[in-house]
Design a protein around this ligand. Structure first.
Ligand code: MG
Length: 362
């Protein structure tokens, strides 16, 4: 079997409500959908969202990277020689990790279909079900409390709350949410680089003193400030999770070596796909550092690729895979089933999506 073409199209999926972090506000999930075709008619599908403020990529740049560099590099390749294909994928251009992630997951989807196994089984896992949190956007505190209560009423047991815009007011936010949802709901905090190291220490200690029982604080300080994040990690007892600070396996090594965080958030759009994510997992396993698998604002295709990884690896102890839960519609048929916080892995081969939507030209 040979790869004959790699195509890119656009998909626009509306959200239930605007998604707001310390960095941006978004109303529609934009995706570049990649299709890898073979001479025997089997296809693999992948997805990448444009997250310019995080990876530097846009819809246009992702499509251009796929068409201009990646497709020519992979054309004619054997879809069962994954190692060879990933060497070509990483070697054909630097950066562009989301474009690479879309192609990587399409190659894994194709591989699973060729071998007739669900992806998480091919990756060595048997966990049929994983649990994800749901993200609560940055908003006035009353709305954040209402959103949190609605999520809990809908069945979510883990909430990830976006903060980082107003410093100490974030403590009051978390206090109001903890009071509303009670002690049995796990609360995570994502500052999206919004604090300085000193602010972070002050805020996290206040949360600890108030007994808010926070599961973890994600990326409290700017991505490049590893010294600052190490200082925060040393100064507080709440686990610190590195997100924007860790893209590549080399970044993961550096964060672990410098004790800059307790946990690592793996996202396929940062690692350039599952093959890069597996390298981060291997480093984390070696060093005994637990990982979360997260997503950008993605639809079920890309999130499900990440869910397969999460279901396969024991070092992944947390999942932040709420993209499909935030979308107003599911544009696909088949795939993992998302029910409130539960993700049930499919029996169908590859990522498991059985019906694709019509794509727009990009
Ligand atoms: Mg984050």
């Amino acid at each position: 079997m040979k790869i004959t073409s790699i195509e890119a199209g656009a998909l626009y999926t509306p959200l239930h409500r605007p998604f707001k972090t310390a960095l941006r506000t978004v109303e529609t999930v934009q995706s570049v959908i990649v299709t890898v075709r073979t001479d025997e008619g089997v296809c693999g599908y992948g997805e990448a969202p444009p997250t310019a403020v995080i990876t530097g990529e846009t819809m246009e740049s992702i499509a251009a990277a796929v068409r201009g560099c990646i497709a020519p590099a992979l054309q004619g390749g054997d879809p069962e020689q994954l190692d060879e294909l990933f060497a070509r994928l990483d070697g054909c251009m630097v950066h562009n990790t989301s474009a690479k992630a879309a192609v990587d997951m399409a190659l894994y989807d194709l591989y699973g279909k060729i071998l007739d196994r669900p992806l998480y089984r091919l990756l060595g896992g048997r966990r049929r079900c994983i649990e994800t949190d749901l993200t609560i956007s940055v908003n006035p505190v009353d709305q954040m409390v209402a959103d949190s209560l609605a999520a809990v009423a809908g069945g979510y047991r883990i909430l990830k709350v976006k903060v980082g815009k107003e410093g100490l007011a974030d403590v009051q936010r978390m206090q109001a949410i903890r009071q509303a949802v009670g002690p049995d709901i796990a609360l995570r905090v994502d500052a999206n680089q919004g604090w300085s190291a000193k602010q972070a220490v002050r805020i996290i200690r206040q949360m600890e003193d108030a007994g808010l029982d926070i599961d973890l604080v994600e990326q409290p300080v700017p991505a490049h400030d590893l010294d600052g994040m190490a200082a925060v990690t040393a100064a507080v007892s709440t686990p610190i999770l590195a997100d924007e600070s860790v893209f590549s396996p080399a970044d993961a090594l550096e964060v672990i070596r410098r004790h800059a965080a307790d946990l690592i958030n793996i996202k396929l759009m940062k690692t350039g796909g599952i093959h890069g994510a597996l390298r981060v997992c291997a480093i984390a396993e070696t060093c005994g550092v637990e990982c979360m698998v997260g997503c950008m604002l993605e639809t079920k295709l890309a999130v499900s690729a990440a869910a397969h990884l999460a279901a396969a690896k024991g070092i992944v102890t947390r999942a932040d895979l709420d993209g499909p839960g935030l979308c107003r519609i599911d544009p696909y048929e088949g795939g993992p089933v998302y029910t409130a916080g539960r993700i049930e892995m499919p029996c169908t081969p590859g990522i498991g999506i059985t019906g694709m939507p019509t794509l727009e030209t990009i």
